[in-house]
Design a protein around this ligand. Structure first.
Ligand code: SF4
Ligand code: SF4
Length: 433
């Protein structure tokens, strides 16, 4: 079977401190939840409850305000204690409702009622997806309503293919992998719902070639629906999951198979399972699968965690720390962001939490470039990171225009023996261009 991959560069990334691929463990319910009003790309949701109010599990507590913003729901029942605000490590402000657990659960432990969605019109499906606050959970948190609207309004002859991205090029994506296996029926039905909501006629399951049995499961399940689906085996080389690299593989597949795929709507498994829950179960995003690990963590695990659970509670459930971590990252150490505080909560886009000791952070001491050429070898866009870095340092106002081609994959940083912050400097220069 042909395995598709992007043409050049990239790295094979392994990490022994990620949790094993076992079944997801359901995390304890947090006594105190911190539910941020920004879990998406746009402005904060406007709170509709305040201190002293009782909230039910799944109740709307923050209403999205315009493009980029999304509805926020209570992940647990309880009483709103107060609001907190904090500055993220990147200098952004966020605000959250703090809820003390209390009262009965309406969904947890109850039999889930399935609603018939098959006869709903595309716009009604889109409305349910927006009402239950579904965002792109594998990315920056862009509300799906903002993504689907323009696709729905496209010209009748503009073809779009839904690409279900089950690409595990980074071991820290293990939570998505476990979700994919445990909820494959929801992932497939969510794919069909999305396709119906914007009238897509073809689904491609892009699956890492090492997980072809997972691809076979998805494809077999898709036979229960009338939208044609196919399987695209892709490489596990990082950054295969990136939009640019995945599109290159898709175009090569399209050409080889003499298909016409049009443009691509790319969605990950967590988002599609959330679409299923919103439309079929009328349930907002109450929890998500998170990989908790890193060299500082005693027992790394994949856990199904309520939104609003604080990182310190997650790490405690993994047996705590072997030593105080030097850095806590939300997401993969390769591409995630530094947590400002161990009290930061899990949000809709948190797929991993890594607590790292000094050796795993790579240290902070930078040395001079030794002109080894490693960074050039791994750049998937064929840039010369060494030259761009030096140019951006020497002539910040006059950098080559190719800096704009850098998509920040970080491969160059990872291989640089001098620990130079290549991608950060190149991307900063690109933004100034
Ligand atoms: S971060 Fe930019 S320069 Fe570095 S390897 Fe990736 S694309 Fe190339
Ligand atoms: S990998 Fe680092 S040390 Fe080697 S050429 Fe590139 S910038 Fe210089």
């Amino acid at each position: 079977m042909k395995v598709y991959r992007f043409p050049q560069g990239g790295i094979t990334f392994e990490d022994s401190t990620v949790p094993p691929k076992n079944a997801g463990v359901i995390a304890f319910l947090p006594v105190v939840s911190v539910i941020p009003l920004i879990q998406h790309t746009g402005g904060r949701a406007s709170p509709i409850v305040g201190a002293g109010d009782h909230v039910r599990e799944g109740m709307l507590i923050g209403r999205g305000q315009g493009p980029g913003s999304a509805n926020i729901h209570a992940s647990v029942p309880g009483t709103v204690l107060h609001t907190v605000s904090w500055e993220t490590a990147e200098g952004m402000n966020n605000e959250a409702l703090v809820i003390r657990l209390g009262g009965g659960f309406e969904k947890l432990g109850k039999e889930e009622k399935a609603f018939h969605w098959e006869d709903l019109k595309p716009f009604a499906l889109q409305q349910l997806i927006a009402e239950y606050g579904v965002v792109e959970m594998e990315g920056s948190g862009q509300p799906l309503a903002d993504i689907l609207g323009p696709i729905y309004s496209r010209a009748d002859d503009d073809l779009t293919t839904l690409v279900v991205r089950c690409v595990f090029d980074d071991p820290w994506l293990v939570a998505d992998y476990v979700l994919c296996r445990e909820r494959f029926k929801a992932v497939v039905e969510g794919s069909v719902i999305i396709s119906r909501s914007v009238q897509i006629q073809h689904i491609v399951y892009a699956v890492s070639h090492r997980e072809l049995d997972l691809g076979a499961m998805l494809l077999e399940e898709s036979k229960n629906y009338d939208i044609p689906a196919s399987l695209l085996p892709v490489s596990c080389r990082y950054p295969q999951k990136n939009r640019r690299e995945l599109e290159l593989s898709l175009r090569s597949y399209e050409k080889r198979e003499a298909l016409n795929l049009g443009s691509f709507l790319i969605m990950g498994p967590a988002t599609l399972a959330a679409v299923h829950d919103a439309v079929k179960l009328k349930k907002p995003i109450l929890d998500r699968y998170v990989a908790v690990g890193g060299s500082a963590v005693k027992t790394p695990r994949v856990m199904r965690v309520r939104i609003g659970t604080r990182l310190r509670d997650l790490f405690a459930e993994c047996g705590g720390f072997v030593e105080e971590p030097q850095k806590i990252i939300l997401g993969s150490p390769l591409s995630g962001r530094r947590a400002a505080d161990p009290d930061e909560p899990v949000i809709k886009t948190s797929y991993a939490a890594a607590a790292l000791l000094e050796p795993q952070t790579g240290g902070t001491v930078m040395r001079n470039c030794i002109v080894c050429g490693e960074c050039r070898q791994v750049c998937p866009v064929a840039l010369d990171p060494e030259a761009l870095f030096k140019a951006a340092k020497a002539f910040p106002e006059d950098v080559p225009k190719t800096v704009a081609d850098c998509h920040g994959c970080g491969c160059c940083d990872l291989v640089c023996p001098s620990r130079l912050p290549l991608s950060t400097v190149i991307q900063d220069a690109g933004r100034r261009k």
